[in-house]
Design a protein around this ligand. Structure first.
Ligand code: RFL
Ligand code: PHB
Length: 393
């Protein structure tokens, strides 16, 4: 098999890249180790930045997003039994959209199939060879056996547990790991949301987040100890912690059947550079951030936006300059987003060494400043709704 760009992974990064390249007339093949059903049902992100929505609209991929996604003009910060709204539209004139990652993935796959683009499901990339040459080879395995994809560029969009990153020689890369001393219990419940906007709650018992997927489906997260077991979280315990952490007089939380629950570790990772030879990395394959800033999917889309532009320049004008700047341009954004995600996380969670009381007082002071200063609120709004997208710097 032969193509211009071989893409490993049919998550948001790989699928969006496939569409961006298609629009530029560049041929690509996407290989995905799981089945279509599996990738379409994986419950993950829920918040899209305005930039991400605009890219999907430009690609003609936003019909369902525009009819079923919910535009939000702000978020609520809740602490000490009080609600404080950060009004994105009033502060900076921008919004976010609540639309589940699996819906994004469904839309992108459907449009790819409709455009006649190739996605090989149930096909694992086992090795990418010759990345230092002009003809990389992706070695794949499916149910029938092994085969190779000959390409001009290989792009690792294979997530945090993929193979691509490890193919960059250790001496050529620097890695930045951070583990946070807690995780998140995430649940999906068949119940009408008790709020119109997302609520980020900081409580002495730990962080909690009220998100949603539709008028009938609510999504919640609760801070839990690191390496906790989901067996420790009965439905009763989950609801009682949610009531406690969101408590505010005059407000009540609707309960309903819990249809999914799992635990996510909280950590961050960055690999620098995000390219080696003719192998490029995008999305979670190159970096992950704690989900408190709702940034992972959006960062993946921002990466491939830059990459597609560089590949466009290369295939149209044989100009390698933009591709050569890929890593530098992306990492500038990645570190700003890492900082935002860390900042939201440290402000809202209870850390195990917060026992002396000073750290909590400092958190409350930080929250009081943020919610009373329009400059500080605008800074949060600017980062949450998405920093401008640069394709060159
Ligand atoms: P993905 O989505 O992990 O996709 C990678 C794909 O590659 C496939 N793969 C392979 N295919 C072939 N051969 C191989 N050898 C392969 N190895 C792997 C995998 O099967 C998979 O299909 O990475 P991508 O595309 O970079 O997208 C990243 C996002 O999925 C991720 O950043 C977000 O889900 C993070 N995230 C959030 N991001 C947001 O922007 N907004 C949010 O509100 C938000 N909330 C979240 C989140 C992540 C969470 N968890 C579960 C970590 C909430 C949570 C709880
Ligand atoms: C979600 O709806 O899944 C979600 C929302 C906001 C976050 C993280 C996850 O910060």
């Amino acid at each position: 098999m032969k193509t211009q760009v071989a893409i490993i992974g049919a998550g948001p990064a790989g699928l969006t890249l496939g569409h961006l390249l298609h629009q530029l007339g560049i041929d690509s093949v996407i290989v995905e180790t799981h089945s279509r059903e599996y990738v379409e049902s994986r419950i993950r992100a829920g918040v899209l930045e305005q930039n991400t929505v605009e890219i999907f609209r430009k690609l003609g991929l936003a019909q369902r997003l525009d009819s079923q996604g919910i535009e939000h003009h702000g978020i609520e910060l809740r602490y000490e039994n009080t609600n404080h709204r950060i009004a994105f539209q009033e502060l900076i004139g921008r919004s976010i959209w609540v639309y589940g990652q699996q819906e994004v993935v469904k839309d992108l796959i459907e449009a790819r199939v409709h455009n006649g683009g190739t996605i090989l499901f149930d096909t694992k990339a086992v090795l990418i060879k010759q990345i230092e040459t002009k003809k990389p080879l992706v070695e794949c395995r499916d149910l029938t056996g092994e085969f190779e994809i000959e390409c001009e560029f290989a792009v690792g969009c294979d997530g945090f547990h993929g193979i691509s990153r490890s193919l960059v020689p250790a001496k050529e890369r620097k890695e930045y790991f951070h583990d946070y001393p807690f995780g998140w219990v995430g649940i999906l419940s068949e119940v009408a949301p008790s709020t119109e906007e997302l609520i980020y709650a900081s409580h002495e018992s730990g962080f909690a987040l009220h998100s949603l997927r539709s008028s009938k489906l609510s999504r919640f997260y609760l801070q839990c100890p690191p390496n906790d077991d989901i067996q420790n979280w009965s439905d009763n315990r989950i609801w009682s912690e949610l009531h406690l952490r969101f408590q505010k007089s005059g407000w009540s939380l609707n309960e309903g059947p819990i249809i999914e629950k799992s635990i996510t570790p909280m950590r961050s990772y960055v690999m620098d550079p995000m390219q080696y030879g003719r192998l490029f990395l995008a999305g979670d394959a190159a970096h992950i951030v704690p989900p408190t800033g709702a940034k992972g999917l959006n960062l993946a889309v921002a990466d491939v936006w830059v990459l597609a532009h560089g590949l466009g320049q290369y295939f149209e004008h044989k100009n390698f300059d933009e591709l050569a700047g890929y890593s530098r341009i992306c990492l500038d954004r990645v570190w700003k987003v890492m900082h935002f995600s860390w900042w939201m996380t440290q402000m809202l969670h209870i850390f195990p060494d917060h026992m002396d009381g000073t750290a909590r007082k400092l958190q409350i002071a930080q929250l009081n400043y943020l919610t009373s200063s329009s400059s500080a609120s605008a800074s949060l709004a600017e980062q949450y709704t998405g920093l401008p997208l640069n394709i060159a710097n």
